[in-house]
Ligand binder design. Sequence first.
Ligand code: PGA
Length: 254
Amino acid sequence: MSPVRPAFIAGNWKMNGALAANAALLEKLRTGLSLAREAAEIAVFPPFPYLDQASRLLAGTAILLGAQDLSDHADGAHTGEVSARMLAEFGCRYVLVGHSERRALRGETDEEVARKFGAARAAGLIPVLCLGETLAERQAGATLDVVFRQLDAVIAAHGISSLRDAVLAYEPVWAIGTGQTAAPEAAEAVHLALRQRLASQDAAAETPRIVYGGSVKADNAARLFAQPNIDGALVGGAALYADDFLAICQAVDP
Ligand code: PGA
């Protein structure tokens, strides 16, 4: 981690949760994080129907709220979609764009992800842009080609300055939900390459946080966070367990 960028730890609940279980989890996070050091910015990303519940239960705490997806349109005849403005109205500060599950299962293209990034920005939300290669792409030596292509689609659509206060999440697809975390040094190499690509186009590129995602757990978080360009984590499975998520938050150095 770098002393100049505040750490960011995000819990992506994916399609998990229920009213009673959410209330119990959020209560434990409230209590646990009020006792913890204020070393990191912490956010949870529940499914859409639970945003209102989470927003009410998190009121008055430092835990921020995010959504897992958004429409690339502002409003209108898009049945089933949710706009950035609606998310902002329900207290979201952040929104994931381009999570690999949406790219793979919903066929989201780089261009659609870039449009969603723009829609988030237009409503004042901070996009968390997810990037990452599949196992086949890694084995073919194409990791940087893939993440640069995904990043460049956003830069082409919105300009480099649109990334200044965004968050990038490097999530190798083969590490998500598999228990196979990238080696800290291998993840760091990709984070450094992403930062250098930003820096080559923008002198202010020190600012965007680049967090790692993919089987982050209580027992591997500290080693990942020890890398200079890993600014936090996007946590899936472990975010559903208060003790595990709190331990990851507490692995951030003060
Ligand atoms: P995981 O998910 O921590 O369960 O691997 C990470 C993610 O998909 O954001």
